[in-house]
Write a protein that binds this ligand. Structure first.
Ligand code: PMP
Length: 348
């Protein structure tokens, strides 16, 4: 049995968290004079529920977990940063991650003064499980696995992730920002089996809500308890909590959007494969596709000149001459394909 508490920074274990007015009294009342709010400008005059109780209850039902297994953050980026603050002593602890992967894991390590150990994926973007375990030592606290992975697009096999969750002596973070586009099941079903597992999800991708900044961490109640201790007291605003409750009533829309994105994605990939400028199209479980092209820099610049922005990933580990292309509407993808065809013709 893994002892999660031993990995928590001593100052955080001992931390007496800020107790807000809304923490100290959260019942029913008709006169609220406890939080130095204004009596004017309803409903914005009131502080939001610091623990987002109603939203978590709905989310718990929807995802098949318990409320006390959920942390809500200002994007999953907040959930990532707080893991460093909970578990990593600056200058002492380290974290292990794959390369290439989502850039914020390293940025948060740098901000927090924590060593970041990158283990390259194999050439086919598969996991090197042994190398990941070999990179860890007694000071390793977090292992980041992004699945489906950004920017490569592939999801990792469940048996390999499971081996890492079991063998890694620390917290394994499975970032599922793109899970809704994948046929792979979510790891949130396995939370009760693995007390060292943290699963990240977000409203920013399939849920079409990147602008509101709402991310989720699912984990054991003990880890969620530490999240709640360390977070800003009112991190999720009242309008965002209300908005998210509304979105949870629109699951059918979200499924429809995902279906549409997936069908646009397959048609786009078919068309892309016919272009001579395209060298390799990597398999994807996400709402984007990584493509190796003939001279990514030149093609990128040409597309920008036509008002089309993709992501140039050429300088990233294993991604030489690669562009990462988000799947937009059918029209947007057609505009991109036309621009790529023009680029090919002009080169002749
Ligand atoms: N994880 C991954 C893998 C991502 O690609 C992104 C955004 N690009 C995030 C997390 C951040 O999501 P959020 O908008 O919830 O902060």
């Amino acid at each position: 049995m893994k002892q999660i508490e031993q990995w928590v920074r001593p100052n955080i274990r001992q931390l007496k968290p800020y107790s807000s007015a809304r923490n100290e009294f959260s019942g029913e009342a008709s006169v609220w004079l406890d939080a130095n709010e204004s009596p004017f400008n309803e409903p914005y005059n009131r502080y939001p529920d610091p623990l987002q109780t109603t939203l978590k209850k709905r989310l718990a039902q929807q995802r098949g977990v318990r409320s006390e297994q959920i942390f809500l953050g200002v994007g999953s980026d907040e959930a990532i940063d707080l893991l460093y603050r909970i578990f990593c002593e600056p200058g002492k602890n380290n974290v292990v991650s794959i390369a290439p992967t989502y850039g914020m894991y390293k940025v948060c390590a740098d901000i927090n003064g924590v060593e970041y150990r990158e283990v390259p994926l194999n050439d086919d973007f598969s996991l090197d499980v042994e190398a990941l375990l070999a990179a860890a030592d007694a000071n390793s606290r977090l292992l980041f696995l992004c699945s489906p992975n950004n920017p490569t697009g592939n999801a990792f096999p469940a048996d390999e992730i499971e081996r890492l969750v079991i063998a890694f002596d620390g917290i394994v973070v499975v970032d599922e920002a793109y899970i809704d586009f994948s046929a792979h099941p979510s790891w949130i079903r396995r939370l009760d089996e693995f007390p060292n597992l943290v699963v990240l999800q977000t409203f920013s991708k399939a849920w079409g809500s990147a602008g509101v900044r709402l991310g989720m961490a699912f984990a054991s109640p003990m880890i969620i308890g530490y999240y709640n201790k360390v977070k800003y007291p009112y991190n999720i605003s009242a309008p965002v909590q209300r908005y998210a409750l509304g979105m949870l009533d629109r699951v059918d829309d979200v499924y429809r959007w995902v279906d549409e994105i997936l069908s646009v994605r397959s048609r786009f990939i078919e068309q892309l494969a016919t272009l001579p400028v395209v060298g390799k199209i990597y398999p994807t479980d996400a709402n984007f596709v990584l493509v190796r092209v003939d001279n990514a820099g030149a093609l990128y610049a040409r597309l920008v000149a036509e008002g089309i922005v993709v992501r140039n990933r050429s300088t990233v580990t294993l991604c030489g001459e690669c562009l990462r292309i988000t799947i937009g509407t059918a029209d947007e993808m057609e505009r991109l394909l036309e621009a790529m065809r023009r680029y090919t013709q002009n080169k002749k």
